[in-house]
Design a protein around this ligand. Sequence first.
Ligand SMILES: *[C@@H]1O[C@H](CO)[C@@H](O)[C@H](O)[C@H]1NC(C)=O
Ligand SMILES: *[C@@H]1O[C@H](CO)[C@@H](O)[C@H](O)[C@H]1NC(C)=O
Length: 820
Amino acid sequence: MVPVVFIWFVSGPWIAAAPIVSLCGIVVVCQDYSIPEEMAKGSVVGNIARDLGLDVKRLKSGKARLFTSDSAEFIDLSRERGVLLVRERIDREALCRQTTPCALHLQIILENPMELFRITIEITDINDNSPSFKNDERRFEISESAVTGSKFVLERAVDLDIGINGLKNYSLKPTDNFILKTESQADGSKKVEMVLHKPLDREKEEHISLLLKAVDGGDPPMSGTMKIHVTVLDANDNAPVFSQSVYRAAIAENSGKGTTLTTVSASDADKGTNSKITYAVSTTMDSISEIFTINEKGEVILVGSIDYEKSKTYQIDVEANDSGGLSDSSKIIVDIIDINDNHPLINIMSKSDSIPENSQQNSIIVMFNAVDPDSGSNGKVKCSLSENIPFTITTSHEFYSIVTDSELDRETASEYNITVTCSDEGVPSLSSSVTLTLQISDVNDNAPVFERSSYEAYIVENNTPGVSIFTVKATDADWKQNARVSYILEDSSVNGVPVSSYVSVSADSGVIHAVRSFDYEQIKDFRFCVKAQDGGSPPLSSNVSVNIQIQDQNDNPPQVLYPVQTAGSVVAEMVPRSADVGYLVTKVVAVDVDSGQNAWLSYKLQKATDRALFEVGSQNGEIRTVRQVTEKDLLKQRLTVIVEDNGQPSRSATVIVNVAVADSFPEVLSEFSDFPHDKDYNDNLTFYLVLALAVVSFLFITCLVVIISVKIYRWRQSRVLYHSSLPVIPYYPPRYSDTLGTGTLPHTYNYEVCRTTDSRKSDCKFGRAGSQNVLIMDPSSTGTMQRMQSEKSILDEPDSPLEESPPSPAASLSPYRSLM
Ligand SMILES: *[C@@H]1O[C@H](CO)[C@@H](O)[C@H](O)[C@H]1NC(C)=O
Ligand SMILES: *[C@@H]1O[C@H](CO)[C@@H](O)[C@H](O)[C@H]1NC(C)=O
């Protein structure tokens, strides 16, 4: 018989009550139990007494015991209670790992009779393990340039539980950039991947933290997490960016090379070498890059030369490049600041080299313009002229003209250096100047001017005709033809003769020539006008008066007026024998028509019968006795007196004076009849004498008329003729005195002489000498003359007066005197 034991096991939720059919033999009864793992110690696994139908006493008597090969430590048999107890905590995962089902196999052995019961205890899983990752965290370095869809394999989680308590699924948070992708694999496990679904941006988020969570299917579910750190690696995905799209800078045009204008800067959001920026001036057609350069710091530096006048502004295109070849561009507007570096430029547009001196005021001489390429006040130009010139400057905009502003006179200034100075208004101001030479051309506005207001010249008489007397000279302040002076003798007359018969003027040289030989005794001076005329058109002229004085030459010998020397008569002076010493016998009267020294006469006794008896006053010609006349002295005394003038050489005349030393006239007569007579009677002489007498008479009447008028006119010169009872002696006024104080005599030498025809009566008078020689004769002379003629044979003088030159006509008309 085989007992069938049904063990009903009610424990926990999963009580399995199934009758276990023992297949073990005759004594084997099989009993299965199922308990969850991790039951507390002492927990009842199953009531075997009831399930196997054994009595507790039987157990005790049968000495029931457990026999097991694998699970002795987990299960205990309580004989008193007839139950199996949990001896030790049972961990299914430790016991069976993933094996299912997991069971403990026991045998209960009874003795007396021997009985064997097979018991199987199935250990069921509870969710006591959470999914877990091997590593807590995982690090990734992903370039920001990673494309979407890129997969990153993640670690799987492990859950020791099995079945429903095993790993169920994963989650990844946050999901901004990545999503989780799981893929079931053939072995039932899952492949976990992280997929980039949104591009990374290091510049936004350089580090990303994610949490991967694995959840099991237990109730409640358990989970395990792993941290994922993603470091986003930089990619050169950012171009440099300039801080400004346009920069402005200003620089003075004279700035030196190396000057920094401004600094530009660009930034690059990338990192490292990707953010390393280099700057460059964009190379364009124009040569900006030769003028400006930019260094690695972004400093814009002047390397060329800039000139405001060429370009007032520059645009520099700059670019910034990072090492990855990305770039940005910007521009710099550079304003050039003007510096006063340009001198004004003077351009002469038109210019006269010369203007006539009579140009009107405001005549334009020069036109020019002046410009300064600088700007503003640096380019404002003002022009001025040198001082003290008769020009002024007028302007309209940048055009200037120089005009005359007062009258010009070539004779004062024939040339002007006009200096135009133009300066700008910069500080300091720059200037430039130009000097123009202007000639003033001549206009015939000046008449010739004689060097003197009048001329006086001297010429010695008896000149040779054609001799040059002197030169007049006139100058003309004008120029060339206008200053060419010619000299013209103005028509006039001198003593009724045209002046041209006296002098001529050389037209070119102004030399005045004598045309004829002058005679001082005829003309002493004359006056004429010379005109100087220039060659202008019309010509200008001026006059000068020339006075020519003719100078005396000693060309006339003295003329003895008394005693009269006649050819046919003898004149004798009577000296009474009783005459005392110094008795005035007579006076030799002589004249010289020359003047001055040439007419200064001196007297000398040349020969005498008795030299000891008479002397001649050398100055006055008076013959006086020097001793007492004695009875022994001859009746007839003959004296030869020489009259000399003071000229060089001197000229002289001799006169013979007959002296009768007697007390009575008859005595004289008888004695003088012995004088030798000129027996050659000349018939013609009578005729001449008559003629002379007639002439003398006529002259006398004329003289009378003249003398009356002269006397009325010149009271002071009127003289009452001296009448004396004594024998009249010639009156000789002392006119040799030096009236001018120069040692020479006045040119017009006046002399007067009075003489008598006999001892009682007078007389005649010579008026003023000079051009108006007047001969005055007493009427009684006429009678004397007649008598003289009748007695000519007696009175004829054999020794006529010796003269070195023939007597002048005036001398030939000298009055005669006869001694009765
Ligand atoms: C003008 O200048 C020239 C050259 O310098 C000089 O020879 C001349 O004398 C000057 N003229 C005047 C009027 O200053
Ligand atoms: C020069 O003299 C002449 C005659 O004496 C006269 O007619 C003329 O006006 C004078 N000329 C001058 C410029 O004095």
